[in-house]
Design a protein around this ligand. Structure first.
Ligand SMILES: Nc1nc2c(ncn2[C@@H]2O[C@H](COP(=O)(O)OP(=O)(O)OP(=O)(O)O)[C@@H](O)[C@H]2O)c(=O)[nH]1
Length: 729
């Protein structure tokens, strides 16, 4: 069920000091205007708002709060019990007179913060009792100082709560909410009653700010906490929950809690008719008109017992019975309600009831009477200056005048209706335009702000992206530069190494070439030396060392394969040449003789200058039988050779001693030496026999022992070991 479906108004309680809340659940308005009815106008008569009763309950609830919050032992308070007791007594008896002393006490810096806080709490409670809520100038600074001085704990929680109450009474609901929350945060959790009271106070502060859902939730939490206590929930809390449930259109909960509140409310309590009114409203919403009628009649009876019933209750009863078709009875109740309103001077409420009454008369066909009543309603609306409600009256009034045929009056009313409509529409339109303009401006500003923020973020993103790209490029450049420099250094190093290596290689090659050259020179020197060591310089023939080396290590195969002839040659009377022609000529003769000897010798023959003018000739594979021819051949060639010197002809001769030699023996040197001795002996004989010839000894035995010891040629010949051979001239 929607709010617009609400059919009756609740208890006709007025709120003087606390703003009431509209039926549209908007924030409370600080005026005492008649509440706008929640129900459709034809049915809505004297519907006094739920909020009216609710707010009064709230105030009463808060008024009760400090008392319960101050209960219980307090050790710190005991120390100053006398002072505080005296203060409380004086505040209660004459608040005006006691206030200066109290203000002096809770503002006195010489006193302990605890005593000052308790004095302030007492003063605030007494101010409420004395309806003196204008002590902010004294209480505010003291509270701020003490809240900063006291440490968090129970006493400071009480101080928050007391000052929260003062703000609540003064209509500063947001401040009160904050203070109640601080008080709850610092309150120790094991005191359920105080917790419940704090939640109740917080619920009141929330409800007064229009935070109805949160307020109801907080109060239900307080209710559950109170249920755990011995005293249980207070009637005020139950009324508040019931009232808020009506606001929030939870009809079942509204009925439940309003009934609970009624159980805890005394019959003479001034609030009781309001409770019945609320209960009736909830029952009507639950489509229980009989029960609603019964409740309203009970409320009227209680009102009558107290002196005068509530006009709203009576009007609501009229509405309920009219809905049940009991029109005449409804008229009776409406008339009574109008009388009560008139007596109380409540013009606005009376205007609503008169409208309902007029509509009832129309239903009864009593249009003239209806017109009179509707005109009265119009006058009352004008007096109360309730234009929206008056606007709703015109169609009923005009339609009734038309039905009565009173067209000029109907026309006049229509003009008024149009003017008021335009006025209200204009005001509404202006308000709407202003609202729309504000919303538009706000939306535009928000859009511009959002756009600006988007652009800023986009710029930042772009900037960050550019910076990142620059950083990457910088890193890349650094990397590349480093790489290039490193590469260049490496290349330079490699180049330098190459140069060094090339130079080293060149030097090495030069050195190697030099060494090779030296090696070659050395080798050549060595070869030359070697050659010189075995070669006769003058004749270029081998010398004695040459022959000795052959015997030791390199005898030609031809000399080894078969016995050879050893010929020892000596130039005849060479001293005379030296003496006659000089030593150089002697040398040339020696050289020339060597050439002649080479020409005579075979290719495998071994030639050597054996010393002075003496030469050795080894003829491989030759026997003594060949010796004559060979020696003759040489002698002939020597004799035939002209050794010219200084234009003079010079001829020489030579003598030769021949001996066989077998170099395939176990000891070739010994065999050579023996053959040499024999050849030398033969040479001696050749000299001795006239020179220019040869002599030789042929061996007849092979036993080497025969030739051991000193060699006695003649004995050997005599023994037959040697056979003499001679050149025959
Ligand atoms: N020019 C020159 N003379 C040398 C060389 N070696 C030795 N002679 C000389 O050769 C001569 C050898 O003389 P002798 O031993 O008395 O013999 P000969 O005069 O040849 O007489 P017979 O041998 O008995 O025929 C010496 O006068 C040596 O000085 C040399 O290399 N060159």
């Amino acid at each position: 069920m929607t709010k617009s479906a609400s059919k009756v108004r609740c208890s006709p309680v007025r709120v003087d000091s606390v703003p009431c809340t509209s039926n549209d659940a908007k924030p409370p308005r600080a005026n005492g205007d008649l509440p706008v009815a929640k129900l459709p106008e034809p049915a809505a008569m004297n519907f006094l708002p739920v909020v009216t009763a609710l707010l009064l309950f709230l105030v009463q609830t808060v008024a009760a709060a400090p008392q319960s919050g101050q209960s219980g032992p307090d050790a710190a308070a005991d120390e100053h019990a006398a002072t505080l007791g005296a203060l409380a007594e004086s505040l209660d008896s004459d608040f005006e007179a006691a206030l200066p002393r109290a203000a002096e006490l809770f503002a006195d810096p010489e006193q302990t913060p605890e005593l000052r806080a308790r004095a302030l709490i007492e003063t605030i409670a007494a101010a409420h009792a004395a309806s003196r809520l204008d002590i902010e100038d004294q209480a505010g600074p003291a509270y701020q100082e003490l809240a900063d001085t006291l440490s968090a704990g129970e006493l400071r929680s009480k101080l928050h709560r007391a000052y929260g109450n003062l703000n609540l009474w003064r209509g500063r609901f947001d401040v009160a909410e904050s203070l109640f929350r601080r008080a709850a945060a610092e309150h120790r959790e094991d005191d359920t009653a105080v917790q419940a009271d704090l939640k109740n106070s917080l619920g009141v502060a929330l409800a007064q700010q229009g935070k109805l859902d949160e307020a109801l939730g907080t109060m239900l939490a307080a209710f559950r906490l109170f249920e755990q206590t011995e005293a249980g929930p207070s009637a005020n809390l139950l009324r508040n929950i019931g009232g808020l449930s009506i606001y929030l259109e939870d009809w079942d909960q509204a009925v439940e809690f309003t009934r609970l509140a009624l159980d805890k409310t005394a019959p003479d309590d001034p609030q009781i008719t309001g409770l019945y009114s609320n209960l009736a409203a909830a029952l009507i919403e639950q489509d229980q008109p009989e029960e609603a009628t019964e409740v309203l009649e009970t409320a009227i009876a209680i009102g009558e017992a107290q002196g005068r019933p509530s006009a709203a209750v009576v009007s609501n009863l009229g509405y309920v019975v009219r809905e049940q078709g009991r029109l005449e009875e409804a008229l009776t109740h409406f008339r009574r309600a109008v009388a009560i309103d008139r007596a109380e001077g409540d013009t606005g409420s009376m205007a609503i009831t008169l409208k309902n009454m007029g509509e009832t008369l129309i239903q009864l066909g009593r249009r003239e009477e209806a017109d009179t009543v509707l005109q009265e309603s119009m006058a009352a609306y004008r007096q109360a200056d309730i234009k929206p409600k008056r606007l709703e009256l015109y169609p009923v009034l005009v339609e009734n005048l038309e039905q009565l045929g009173r067209y000029p009056e109907a026309l006049a009313m229509m003009r008024e209706y149009r003017e008021l409509s335009e006025e209200i529409a204009s005001a509404d339109a202006q308000a709407r335009v202003a609202e729309l303009q504000g919303a538009f401006d706000l939306e535009r500003k928000e859009r511009e702000l959002a756009e600006s923020e988007r652009e800023r973020l986009a710029s930042e993103t772009r900037l960050a992206s550019i910076e990142a790209a620059q950083t990457r490029q910088q890193h890349l450049r650094t990397l590349l530069t480093t790489g290039v420099v490193a590469l260049a250094l490496i290349l330079l190093l490699l180049l330098r190494l190459l140069q060094l290596r090339t130079r080293a290689n060149r030097l090495l090659a030069e050195k190697n070439a030099e060494i090779d050259q030296q090696h070659r020179a050395l080798e050549e020197s060595h070869i030359q030396l070697q050659r010189h060591s075995i070669e006769d310089e003058l004749t270029s023939l081998g010398n004695r060392r040459f022959v000795r080396q052959l015997l030791v290590s390199a005898l030609p195969d031809a000399l080894v394969d078969s016995p050879a002839l050893l010929v020892l040659i000596d130039l005849d009377r060479f001293k005379g040449i030296n003496d006659t022609f000089g030593h150089p000529v002697g040398d040339r003769v020696l050289a020339r003789f060597a050439e002649t000897l080479r020409q005579v010798a075979g290719p495998d023959d071994i030639l050597a200058r054996w010393g002075g003018e003496e030469f050795l000739w080894l003829i491989p594979a030759a026997r003594m039988t060949e010796a004559a021819d060979r020696c003759r051949n040489l002698a002939d060639r020597v004799r035939a050779t002209e050794f010219m010197t200084g234009g003079r002809s010079l001829s020489i001769t030579c003598s030769m001693g021949v001996a066989p030699v077998d170099l395939d023996a176990d000891d070739p040197q010994a065999a050579f030496d023996l053959a040499l001795k024999i050849a030398d002996a033969a040479l001696y004989e050749a000299k001795d026999s006239g020179r220019n010839g040869w002599a030789g000894f042929e061996r007849r035995v092979d036993d080497p022992k025969i030739f051991e010891g000193s060699l006695d040629i003649e004995a050997l010949v005599a023994r037959g070991a040697l056979a003499r051979r001679r050149l025959e001239h």
